[in-house]
Structures are given as C-alpha cells and as structure tokens.
Ligand binder design. Structure first.
Ligand code: ADP
Length: 624
C-alpha cells in the first residue's frame, strides 16, 4: 500500500486539510515536465472535478433548504447517486444517548435491505467504527475492520464489494456517518472520497442546524407547555381533574405516546395509578397499584431521581407488560416540599425517543405539578373544615329556631294560665284552678321535653330524638292534643274529631305524638284565617297501621310546594301564606317524629279549598 492509499484507508485526508497533492488540479510548476497528452488528461480530470463541485454546491443548497431531517435525508438519497457513483447507501445517525446508532437507508435504484430503522451499538459495523473514531474509511467490504454480519453481510449479499464510510461531522461533533457501497473491482476514487467528505460536511451542518432549530422549538414548547399546564392547573383545585388534565396536557403538547401519573401515600410501599392519557387504551387501570420496589416508576420514586431509558430491553429495572411494546421510558418524580408524592411516567414505542430536553421539560412540569397538588390538597382540607364549620353554624341556627318556635307555644300557655290565676285570685273556683294548674304542669313538662330534644339535637343526634315508647290509646291521645291546641283556636273554627274503634291503640311516645297532632291542628287553624271546620280522624289503614288525618278549609298549598314542606325552615311561598307568621320548623318536627316512629307523613291540598295532612303509625293490639 502506498502512503497515499494508506492515508485514504485510515481516513486522515480531509477536504480542508493541507494534502494539496491529492487534489486533482494542475500545479503550474509541474507544467514544464508534463507532456501535452498528460496536460490534457489533467485538464479533463480537473474539468470533471470542477463539474462535480458545481453539482455538489447545487445539492448543498438543496440540502440546506431541507425543512426536516426526513427532507434532508430524502434529498441526500436522491442526489448522491448522481454525484458519486455507487449502488447502495445509508446514513447512520447517533442516538441521543450516544451509545448506538440508527440506520436510515437512502433510496437505491436496485437494491433493498431490511436495515432501515434498525438500531445498532457503536461497536457494530463500520458505521459504528467511523462514528467512534471520527475518521472516514474507504475499504474493500470483505476486509473491513469492523465487519458486522447483519450490516456488512447484507451488503455482501447484494454482491457489493467496496465501502466508503464518512463521518457526519461539524467541528468536533460527530452526529453519524454516511456510508456508500458499490460493486466491481475498483475502489472509490480519491475525488469521490473528497466529494463525499464535502457532501457529508454539508449534510452534517444541515442536520445540526435542523436539530438546533428543533431544540429551540422544543424549548419554546417547554415554556408553552409549562405555561399551559400552569394555566390549566391553577384553574382547577379538584385533585382528580387536575391530574387527569396534567396527564393529557403533557401527552398532547409533547406528542408523547403514553403518559401515566402515579401517587403514593405517606408510608405506603405501593404507588397508585391516578391518571392516564395515551395510546395504550387497555393499559393498566385506574387504581392499579405499583410496588415501589419494582419498575422504573418504583425506582424513580424510591430514589427521588429522574429515569431516562432509551432502550428498555437493556435496563434491568424495566418491568415488561405483555400487551404493550414500550421501547423508551422517562419517569420523573413529583415532590412536595422535597418529599416524593408521585411520579409522571412517559412511554414510547420507539427506541431513543427521549433526550435531555424531554427530561428537563418534564422536571419543570413535575415541579409545578407538585405545588398544584399541594394547593389542591390544602384547598380540599379547607373545604372540609369549612363544611364542618358551616354544619356547626347551621346547627346553631336550627337550635335558635327551635328554641324560639317550639318553646314559645308552651310558654304562652303557662303565662296565660298563670295570669288568669293571678287576676282572679281567691275568686277562682276549685275546678278552674285545678284546670289552670294542670295546664301549667303539663306545658312545663312539655318545655322540659323540648329542652331535652333540643339538647340531643345539638349533640349531633339530629333526627334521633330519644323516644319513650309505650302503648298509646289513640282516642286519649287525640283529645289530649286538641286540649293542648285549644289555646290557639278562635271562635270562628269548629274542631271535630273521630277515632275509629278499630284503630284504638298504637305503640309510641305519647308526649311527642301529642306535640305532632297539636302542631298539625294549630297549623290547620293558623292557615284557615276565615275559620271553618278542622277535622281530626284516626282509622285503620293498609293492614296493621293507623291513619291519622288533620284537615282544614283554609288557604291550601300549591302541589309544587309539597316536596319541600317537611324540610327545615321551609315556608310556602304564596301571597296568602306570606301574611301568616311562622318559622318553617313545625312540619319538620312533625316529620322527624313520624319517621322516628317508623311511619310516613304527607299532605293533600287544593289551594283556596283546604289541606289534609296525613300520617301513619303502626297499630297495636289492646293490652289483654
Ligand atoms: P310555620 O307554620 O312556622 O311557618 P311549618 O313547618 O309548620 O312552619 O309549616 C311550613 C309551611 O307550610 C308554612 O309556612 C305554611 O306555608 C305551610 N302550611 C303548613 N300547614 C298548612 C296548612 N294547614 N294549610 C296551608 N299551609 C300550611
């Protein structure tokens, strides 16, 4: 091998180098020694070379205008074949991890291999050697330094014999290499190597520019993504919605294949899948539990560190799932005040899908996500505290309402009776005096009962008043209640009652049932301002029950108001009803008492004609 050949084989020659001898131009100092034929040959060679350089500069311009990596490779494929005679070519592109390369075959007129898209390590084939050593190689295929059966073997199978591999290199940064191969006995010519080197330089610059441009775009997307996430996430404090929206936004803005978010509770050894957005439709379900001791997600959360793996088959931490074909995975922990509370996990079906920018973007997003989750949690806590406070406040108002409403009635009776006794003094006949005393004792008893009920309400036992069940004679109960209500009845009203002897007994709390009937009777009177008949009946109902009905001929209630009547503080909203004072508690208390006895209460009414309130209680047999 001559020095020149040696140089070529070892790739030291460079287009910008000082190896002027190998450049096929006429050196004027040589001219005297050359014969006219030699001069002509040299001239022809120089002319051809100049033509090629011109074509090269045209191709370079086209490559320079390539709008994407794909476009640049397309132009390269279409033009190289005319510029440097060869039969098969490919570009090997260094992967982001810089440990391997991916082959992109360029269009060939006659040959095809299945090398396109394949990933190899830098120790494989001449392309790997050239990228690692940053030198070009022009060699016979069979004697190349790093013969790989899959790559060089594929070329040999096509009966190709020579290979020229030139690094794609700008300054000292190698991004891959261009490989040309041809058959026949002749190696690649010196000029061809020069042209290939010049072309590779153009391609490297164009690809590098494209990458820089893409990187800038990525950074812009990063800022946009961070901004979009911040905007979206600050607009919701609902944690589930926030996480779902975060997974979706991350996937969409970065065009990722699949994004999941895991959260971990303090002290737990499993993380829970809380949000998913992506193409793995039947991926792990919501609520899936991932052990912290397993997988990339577990590792990232355990160690509080980002994991970026561009070929999961090479990483022992990866847990493979049969039903999906992840090749690259990126997991970034989410922290709140330095503590890991979750992780965002991104998966892709391509090898080498992520680079450092993806990692940085996701870290920024996870930082934001941490503080948003914290805000949402604090808000949630605040909401719950607020709800408790509101409930306490409502209970306080209820209590005041009950005190003012239900305490007023017995107090009024006591005051009336006491006043009458004071006024009439010793003139009062014995039976009358006893009657007044009975009212005072009775109503004082009722007050005591009410105080007990109210206390039990404030003890969070609303709707569960303490009942003292006993056998109650219905006739006596009704009379008792009418007696208590008599203080409110005007002369315009007629009170009528009828108890069916077949509904003689019930099991219940006498005091509370009396309060119930009194309430309904006093309402019947109150809401019949023009007087009329108020009827109280009790009769057997639906097999083992007693049906009580309290009807009046008063203002009535529109049907659409029926459903809210028995709710606390609810009053009928009509002009007639508004004129009559009340607190809206009486019917709620009635409802509590009836349901406390296991019965039902409802109303039937026609506005302007009157209302009937009905309730049912379980019938009892008379005591033997
Ligand atoms: P209050 O009478 O103190 O307002 P209630 O709970 O006893 O409270 O009654 C709730 C509402 O139901 C009343 O405001 C009234 O509008 C309506 N109501 C109750 N009883 C009758 C009745 N017999 N006839 C017409 N309206 C009634």
């Amino acid at each position: 091998m001559t020095t020149d050949e040696h140089e070529i084989q070892n790739g030291r020659s460079s287009p910008a180098g000082s190896d002027a001898e190998s450049f096929p131009v006429i050196d004027p100092s040589d001219e005297a020694d050359l014969s006219p034929v030699e001069i002509r040959e040299r001239l022809e060679k120089s002319f051809k070379f100049a033509q090629r350089i011109q074509s090269l500069s045209e191709v370079s311009l086209q490559i320079d205008g390539g709008g994407s990596q794909e476009a640049i490779l397309d132009i390269l494929g279409q033009q190289t074949i005319w510029l440097i005679p060869h039969e098969f070519s490919f570009v090997a592109l260094l992967d982001p991890a810089r440990t391997g390369y991916v082959i992109r075959t360029l269009p060939s007129l006659a040959y095809s291999t299945n090398l396109d898209g394949k990933h190899f390590s830098l120790s494989d084939g001449m392309a790997g050697w050239v990228i690692s050593h940053k030198r070009f190689v022009s060699t016979e295929l069979k004697s190349c330094l790093a013969y790989n059966p899959e790559i060089e073997g594929a070329l040999a199978d096509l009966n190709l014999t020579h290979l020229l591999a030139v690094p794609l290199q700008t300054c000292d940064d190698t991004i891959g290499c261009l490989v040309l191969s041809k058959g026949g006995l002749e190696p690649f010519e010196k000029e061809e190597i020069w042209i290939t080197q010049l072309l590779s330089l153009q391609v490297a610059i164009a690809l590098k520019n494209r990458k820089l441009f893409d990187d800038v775009n990525k950074r812009i997307t990063q800022i946009e993504l961070a901004h979009e996430i911040a905007e979206k996430l600050t607009s919701t404090l609902d944690l589930d919605a926030l996480l779902a929206s975060a997974a979706d936004t991350i996937r969409r803005t970065r065009n990722y294949f699949d994004v999941t978010i895991f959260m971990v509770e303090d002290g737990e050894d499993e993380a829970v899948l809380v949000a998913h957005s992506g193409n793995y439709v039947d991926f792990l379900p919501h609520g899936y539990r991932q052990k912290l001791s397993e997988g990339m997600v577990g590792w990232a959360m355990r160690n509080g560190e980002k994991v970026l793996v561009n070929d999961v088959t090479q990483d022992p931490r990866y847990v493979a799932y049969e039903y999906h074909n992840t090749q690259s995975e990126l997991t970034v922990p989410i922290r709140i005040e330095g503590k890991v509370v979750g992780a965002v996990n991104v998966e892709d079906t391509r090898i080498g899908a992520f680079d450092e920018t993806d990692g940085i973007v996701l870290e920024t997003v996870c930082d934001q996500l941490g503080s948003m989750i914290n805000n949402a949690r604090l808000y949630d806590q605040l909401q719950r505290t607020n709800a408790t406070l509101t409930e306490l406040d409502r209970m306080k108002s209820d209590f005041l309402g009950i005190v003012s409403h239900d305490f007023r009635t017995p107090l009024a009776s006591i005051i009336l009776a006491a006043k009458a006794m004071v006024k009439r003094g010793s003139d009062l006949e014995e039976p009358r005096k006893n009657e007044y005393l009975r009212i005072i004792v009775d109503q004082a008893e009722r007050l005591k009962q009410l105080a007990e009920d109210t206390l039990s309400i404030t003890r969070h036992e609303r709707g569960q008043l303490a009942y003292h069940f006993e056998l109650v004679n219905v006739e006596r109960l009704v009379k008792d209640a009418l007696n208590a209500a008599s203080a409110f009845v005007s002369r315009r009203h007629v009170i009528d009652h009828r108890v069916d002897p077949n509904a003689a007994y019930i099991n219940g709390d006498h005091m509370k049932l009396r309060q119930l009937i009194t309430n309904l009777v006093s309402n019947a009177v109150k809401y019949s301002p023009r007087g009329g008949v108020v009827k109280v009946t009790a009769e057997p109902y639906d097999g083992g029950e007693v049906l009580f009905s309290i009807s009046d001929e008063g203002i009535g209630i529109p049907e659409e108001q029926f459903s809210r009547l028995f709710k606390k503080f609810s009053r009928v909203d009509t002009a007639d009803a508004r004129e009559i004072k009340g607190s809206g508690l009486g019917l709620w208390i009635c409802h509590e008492i009836v349901t406390g006895h296991g019965g039902k209460i409802w109303v039937e009414s026609t506005p302007g004609k009157g209302s009937t309130f009905r309730f049912t209680l379980k019938a009892e047999q008379e005591m033997p």
